[in-house]
Design a protein around this ligand. Structure first.
Ligand SMILES: [Fe+2]
Ligand SMILES: [Fe+2]
Ligand SMILES: [Fe+2]
Length: 400
C-alpha cells in the first residue's frame, strides 16, 4: 500500500513536525536536532560505523529532544528557551518512550535516555563513560557544541572550539572522541554544512540511504503516535483524530471498502489534522472568540497536512482525502476552494465526518451537541450544498 514510505522519508517528515513544535514552544526554528545529527554523523563516519548504524545514529540524533514539548508543558515558567529545555531530566525520559516506537535497524537501546550523560558520571543518571551507549556519547558532545557555537550565528572560531573541547576532555567527554571532533572542527566544510542555509543538504549528504520500506504495522504505529500528539496539543480536541479514525473505519465497513482502501481511509483520518502541529497551542486553547487573523492561522493547517504527508511519501489517495477534509461541495471550503466535481466520495465522507466528530466534542465556547442537534446542523449544511446528502444519510444510519 505504501511502497514509497521508508524510514528515511518518515524521518524527514518528523523533522519538519519538530520544526512546528519548536515554533510553538520557542517561537523559532533552531535546527538544533539537524545540527546535532550532522555533527554526530560526521564523528560516526570517522569511527567507521556501518550504514545501518549511521542511519540509527542520525535518527536518534534528530529525535533526541523530542520529549521536550511534554517536559515544557509541565512547567509553569512561560519563558522557555532551548537551554532551559535541556535542563529538564524528564525530556530524556519522555523522548526515549517516543523513540522506542521507531523501529531501530541495529538494535540500539536507551540512546535518547542517556543523551545528557557525561564521561565523569555528572549527567542526569550518573552513568560513566563505559556505561553510556556510544551513540548517546556522540549526541551529547554534538549537543554541547551546537548550543555553544552554532545555535545562533555560526562564527568560524575553530581555535575557540578546540580549546573548549580540550578542557572538557576526560571530564565531560571521552578523550578519543574529543580528538576526532577537534579534527573535524578545523574543516571549512564542517562549518559551512552547519549553516542554517546548508544544514538540510548536509544531512542528505551524510545520512545513509537505507531503503527499508516501512511495514504497514510500523506505519500505523507511527501514525497513531503522531495522531495522539496532534490530539494532545489541545485540551478541547484531545480525542478528535482518534474519534474521527474510529468513525472512518465504521463508514468503510458500512460502504464495503476493500481492505486496502479501508487502511488508506483509516490513515487519512488519523493524520488529517497533522498540520495542526503548526498552530500555536495558545490559539488552539483560546477560551473566547478568535480574531480573523487567528482564524486564518488555524485554516492554514490543511496546507501543512498536505505538505507533511507528501514529504512522508504517503499514498496519493491518503494525501488527497486528508487534505480535502475542509473542502465543501459549493466551493466555500478551504484551503483550495474546490467544488463538487473535484471532490471524490471519500473526500466528501471525511469532510462530513469531521464536522460530525467536531459537533459531538466539547469546545472552548460550547459543550458537545446532542445527536438531534448535530443532525439539524448537518441537514442545514446539506441544504446549503456544503455536504453530500447521500453521505449524511449514511452517517445518520450508522451513528443514530
Ligand atoms: Fe537534550
Ligand atoms: Fe539537545
Ligand atoms: Fe481540520
Amino acid at each position: 500500500m505504501n511502497n514509497r514510505i521508508t524510514s528515511r522519508s518518515i524521518l524527514f517528515s518528523i523533522t519538519s513536525l519538530l520544526d512546528y513544535m519548536e515554533i510553538d514552544i520557542l517561537d523559532e526554528i533552531t535546527n538544533h536536532g539537524r545540527r546535532v545529527a550532522y555533527i554526530s554523523l560526521r564523528i560516526g563516519e570517522r569511527l567507521g560505523l556501518s550504514k545501518d548504524e549511521l542511519f540509527d545514529l542520525g535518527r536518534f540524533a534528530i529525535l533526541h529532544d523530542i520529549g521536550g514539548a511534554k517536559s515544557i508543558s509541565e512547567q509553569t515558567n512561560s519563558l522557555v528557551d532551548r537551554t532551559l529545555l535541556e535542563n529538564y531530566q524528564s525530556h530524556c525520559v519522555y523522548g526515549q518512550t517516543i523513540a522506542d516506537f521507531f523501529p531501530s535497524l541495529t538494535n540500539q537501546h536507551d540512546i535518547v535516555l542517556y543523551h545528557h550523560e557525561n564521561y565523569d558520571g555528572s549527567g542526569f543518571f550518573g552513568k560513566k563513560d563505559d556505561e553510556i551507549p556510544l551513540m548517546s556519547k556522540l549526541i551529547c558532545m554534538s549537543d554541547y557544541l551546537e548550543l555553544r557555537y552554532f545555535s545562533k550565528h555560526s562564527k568560524y572560531v575553530p581555535e575557540q572550539i578546540i580549546s573548549d573541547l580540550k578542557q572538557q576532555s576526560g571530564i565531560l567527554f571521552n578523550p578519543s572522541l574529543v580528538e576526532i571532533l577537534e579534527n573535524l572542527a578545523r574543516e571549512m566544510t564542517f562549518w559551512l554544512d552547519l549553516d542554517n542555509a546548508n544544514i538540510d543538504f548536509a544531512i542528505h549528504k551524510h545520512l545513509p540511504a537505507v531503503d527499508d520500506p516501512l511495514s504497514t504495522r510500523d506505519l500505523f504505529t507511527i501514525a497513531e503516535i503522531i495522531s495522539a500528539t496532534i490530539d494532545s496539543k489541545s485540551i478541547f480536541t484531545n480525542i478528535h483524530s482518534k474519534g474521527l479514525a474510529e468513525k472512518a473505519l465504521k463508514v468503510a465497513n458500512f460502504c464495503k471498502f476493500s481492505s486496502v482502501k479501508t487502511r488508506q481511509f483509516h490513515l487519512a483520518a488519523l493524520l488529517h489534522d497533522i498540520g495542526k502541529l503548526i498552530v500555536s497551542t495558545k490559539i488552539l486553547n483560546k477560551n473566547g472568540p478568535l480574531s480573523p487573523e487567528e482564524k486564518n492561522i488555524i485554516r492554514q493547517h490543511v496546507y501543512y497536512t498536505e505538505k507533511t504527508l507528501i514529504l512522508m511519501g504517503i499514498d496519493t489517495n491518503v494525501v488527497r482525502w486528508a487534505s480535502n477534509h475542509h473542502e465543501k461541495l459549493n466551493g466555500t471550503g478551504y484551503p483550495k476552494g474546490l467544488h463538487a466535481p473535484e471532490l471524490d466520495f471519500e473526500s466528501r465522507v471525511l469532510c462530513a465526518l469531521d464536522v460530525f466528530q467536531a459537533l459531538t466534542e466539547d469546545r472552548p465556547y460550547r459543550t458537545a451537541f446532542p445527536l438531534d442537534k448535530a443532525w439539524d446542523i448537518l441537514d442545514k449544511m446539506v441544504m446549503d450544498n456544503e455536504l453530500d446528502s447521500e453521505i449524511v444519510s449514511i452517517i445518520k444510519q450508522i451513528f443514530s
